[in-house]
Write a protein that binds this ligand. Structure first.
Ligand SMILES: *Cc1c(COP(=O)(O)O)cnc(C)c1O
Length: 374
């Protein structure tokens, strides 16, 4: 069975996945012109180190970072940063919010044998749970956008940084949601989601309190593998380097994206655009007889990851397969989330108009799949 969507209805770019996510053509142009000047050259020499320095500067500007904050980077993606937190930022005990797969993974990493078992607060998928100040907690952590469920959380301090660090996983929200950097000590992410680059790196905005904590733990004699040493990453990042070799293409794609974002108007422009794109989906789902938002409370719905339950009259596997055959890819739910769910990334590289086209295509295909099912 094949269903062909008329060409004039299709989005120009069919990539709506949560990560790696779509690249804009001008990023690839930028990548091409960096060969041979930057690509294929040493990361210890000036051309790559200036590239890293520009990215650090761009991120400080984009995030409106207060004085004393630094951008640190290294290899291994956000997953490596969970272990970095465990080795190098939690002093005794963390509180971790688990309202989806990604928050849950940090909670598991934070159960390391040299720490007191974390205070894990869990919400059902599709719901949010708030942090709560508890004595003995020296680090509070949660994702700003839980990419698995499409729940977004506010970024705010639970305690002053002298008592506890506030550590936010912004992998799928950095560059697509507004936040106040004064309210965080660590805002970390990998660049292949909201920031439309490629995978392999982690980047983190660190407050002076976070740097002080990392340096104190590094000096304390605790065993820390070099690859996961935040102290080493801070030292290298100050020289615009990484502890080991980074993917230069990922850095170049990121620089091009940050330049574009800043040129468009920065975080407030980006946040407005992702809000508009996601709202198209939520409004469509609320009005549609075939769809409903997965996240019940509008205030908890993510502007960058829209999760939608689809009527059981059609299996999302068939829907997704049909759309894929027409070039619309990666809108499947995160494994195990929801019952018959689609998940659409509305990152800043996705034009709202493209989202509208995607919805038209779903409306076009759905009744025909119902027919086939009968
Ligand atoms: C994708 C994702 C991660 C994992 O990122 P990797 O770079 O693959 O390690 C972590 N946290 C969130 C919120 C994510 O969306």
């Amino acid at each position: 069975m094949t269903i062909t969507i008329p060409r004039h209805l299709l989005p120009a770019d069919g990539r709506f996945g949560s990560g790696p996510s779509r690249l804009r053509p001008s990023q690839l142009h930028y990548l091409r012109q960096a060969d041979p000047g930057i690509l294929g050259t040493s990361h210890r020499q000036a051309p790559v180190r200036s590239l890293v320095a520009r990215i650090q500067e761009q991120l400080l500007t984009l995030f409106r970072a207060p004085a004393g904050y630094e951008v640190v980077l290294g290899n291994g993606g956000a997953t490596a940063f969970w272990d970095i937190i465990t080795y190098g930022l939690i002093e005794h005990r963390a509180q971790c919010l688990d309202f989806g797969v990604f928050g849950g993974r940090l909670a598991r990493a934070a159960a390391a044998p040299w720490l007191t078992a974390p205070d894990v607060r869990t919400a059902r998928h599709g719901e949010l749970i708030a942090p709560e100040r508890v004595s003995g907690i020296d680090l509070y952590a949660w994702p700003e956008n839980e990419t698995s469920t499409g729940v977004a959380a506010p970024v705010h301090r639970v305690a002053p940084s002298i008592d506890a660090l506030t550590v936010i996983d912004a992998t799928s929200s950095a560059g697509g949601m507004e936040f106040d950097a004064e309210q965080v000590d660590v805002y970390y992410f990998a660049p292949q989601k909201s920031l439309g680059s490629d995978g392999g790196l982690w980047l983190a905005l660190l407050s002076p309190a976070a740097i002080e904590r990392a340096e104190r733990i590094a000096a304390s004699g605790r065993y820390i593998p070099e690859f996961l040493s935040l102290g080493a990453a801070i030292t290298n990042s100050r020289k615009h380097q990484t502890t080991n070799t980074p993917a230069l293409a990922t850095l170049l794609l990121l620089e091009a994206q940050l330049e574009w974002l800043l040129g468009q108007g920065g975080l407030s422009w980006a946040a407005e655009r992702t809000r508009r794109s996601s709202q198209l989906i939520y409004d469509w789902a609320e009005a549609s007889p075939i769809a409903a938002p997965f996240v019940a409370r509008p205030a908890h719905r993510s502007p960058v990851t829209a999760t939608i339950e689809i009527s059981p009259r059609v299996s999302v596997r068939d829907l997704s397969r049909t759309l894929r055959a027409n070039g619309i890819v990666d809108i499947d739910a995160y494994s195990g989330i929801g019952t018959n769910q689609l998940r659409v990334a509305t990152y800043v590289s996705v034009e709202p108009d493209e989202v509208a086209r995607l919805l038209t295509c779903i409306d076009e295909v759905f009744p025909r799949l119902v027919e086939y099912a009968c």
